[in-house]
Ligand binder design. Structure first.
Ligand code: ATP
Length: 449
């Protein structure tokens, strides 16, 4: 291939963050599209969910929902849960990079017809294992259905789409959840009743519907009218087909119990002879440690630390603060983003510090300490600036006060540092979001997503 053709071919490939090549659309949700992707370095397949920030900003509850989805997916790392690898962002989009689950939705398998009991049991084992793990971490999924259960290349089930999931923080003073959500045919009666519900028990109702669907090939509660459908759900008015074995019949009827207090629990399910058949072994899951930011820094002292997308999104818009999702919170400070390379940013910081008459020292490769020479109200003002890499060609700089008076620090940031850095600053945190221009932003403007 000639040089021009090679360049043209590179242009045609949609590369995001210099790290992933975007491919075909795998699926579409209400607020997002999911694409096939490939990590350039490793060649590994990934699924990339792209969420349009503009759409989210129009619906305030969506912002919370996405924050929760990120928090939950980081919390529930389990072999039967789709794994979130990283979250990244541009000015206008949020990218969830997830493990790629290539076998499609369990739904597609069921529409082809009911499953033999052994196969249904295998999926049910994996579903219960994932749901049990989520519940042990305080997470209820609230939208379990075959469309949200993906299959990998070995036929293993992976729970996906935690967009409606709930965390313990959402429990009201009565210890119950109150948000109406779910999909009508799978939703538990207590959710419809609107008097508060236990998310874990409601998930088990949905597991009952899923088991029924796997074994029957159709839904237990169906009706053209939503009201009639709900009436059937309220009364658990359904018929078990004749081909269900006695044990499967008993399990379904103990799951589809209207009173959540009387519904079978996961430990009790695990004791049932039907469940014990096959090769179910409870998994020992290692709970992963928080993202190893500090270790990463020690291991690679010559490169800037990676600035996580949650913080980047926060730094681009004061109304989109995801910083509370961090396990390791940094000292509060003043933050700006720059389109210059991290090394150039560090040099500019040093120049500005010196021009202001501060003593300047590089404490680490990408950390600059500036100390005033005059005594202030509370001793000398000392400020530290750390440069992070947010994505290729994008740095985030965070200032924090080391010592001295806070008012003097604020004045230093506002009146001294800002003007000195204007050539390299793209945007300051909290400045008007709309004012951000997408300079050199081939990824922001020309991408089709
Ligand atoms: P909804 O509006 O139903 O809540 P959503 O916007 O949250 O949807 P998802 O359900 O997460 O989007 O994804 C949409 C579709 O993309 C899925 O139904 C599935 O077909 C596909 N998909 C999602 N995640 C993956 C993945 N990790 N691997 C392969 N395909 C995936």
């Amino acid at each position: 291939m000639g040089k021009e053709a090679e360049e043209a071919s590179r242009e045609m490939r949609k590369i995001v963050f210099g790290k992933y090549e975007m491919g075909r659309v795998l699926g579409k949700g209400t607020f997002a599209k999911v694409y096939y992707g490939r990590e350039l370095g490793s060649g590994e397949s990934v699924a990339i969910k792209v969420i349009n920030k503009e759409q989210i900003r129009r619906e305030s509850s969506m912002m919370e929902q996405i924050q929760r989805e990120i928090a939950v997916m980081r919390l529930v790392r389990h072999p039967n849960v789709v794994q979130l690898r990283e979250v990244m962002a541009t000015k206008s989009r949020i990218f969830f990079v997830m493990e790629y689950v290539r076998g499609g939705e369990l739904f597609a398998r069921v529409v082809r017809g009911r499953l033999p009991e052994n196969q249904a049991r295998r999926y049910f084992h994996q579903l219960i294992s994932a749901v049990d793990f989520c519940h042990s971490r305080g997470v209820s999924h609230r939208d379990l259905k075959p469309e949200n259960l993906l299959l990998d290349e070995h036929g293993n089930l992976k729970v996906s789409d935690f967009g409606l999931s709930a965390l313990p923080e959402q429990l009201r003073h009565d210890g119950l959840l109150h948000t109406q959500c779910g999909t009508p045919a799978y939703v538990a009666p207590e959710i419809l009743r609107r008097r508060g519900y236990d998310g874990a028990k409601a998930d088990l109702w949905s597991c009952g519907i899923i088991l029924f669907v796997l074994l029957a090939g159709y839904l237990p509660f169906q009706d053209e009218s939503l009201m009639q459908l709900y009436r059937k759900v309220f009364k658990a008015d359904y018929q078990i087909p004749s081909w269900f074995s006695g044990e499967a019949r008993r399990l379904v009827s103990r799951l589809l119990v209207v009173n959540p207090e009387k519904r079978i629990s996961i430990p009790a399910i695990m004791q049932l002879p039907w469940f014990k058949k096959g090769s179910f072994r409870p998994l020992r899951i290692q709970i992963p440690p928080p993202l190893p930011q500090a270790e990463e820094e020690e291991a690679k002292p010559s490169t800037p630390r990676f600035y996580n997308a949650f913080e980047l999104i926060s730094s681009l818009s004061s109304g989109f603060d995801l910083s509370n999702l961090f396990e390791s919170r940094r000292k509060s400070g003043t933050v700006f983003t720059s389109r210059s390379a991290a090394a150039a940013v560090v040099e500019q910081l040093e120049r500005v510090g010196r021009s202001l008459g501060f003593g300047v020292a590089r404490t680490k490769s990408y950390r600059v300490k500036m100390e005033g020479k005059k005594e202030g109200r509370k001793g000398r003002l000392a400020v530290e600036a750390e440069v992070f890499e947010a994505a290729e060609g994008m740095a985030v700089v965070e200032f924090s006060k080391f010592s001295g008076d806070t008012l003097e620090y604020t004045k230093f940031c506002e009146e001294d540092v800002r003007p000195g850095l204007k050539d390299i600053v793209w945007t300051w945190q909290g400045d008007d979001y709309e004012a951000i221009s997408c300079s050199g932003g081939e990824r922001c403007n020309s991408s089709p997503w």
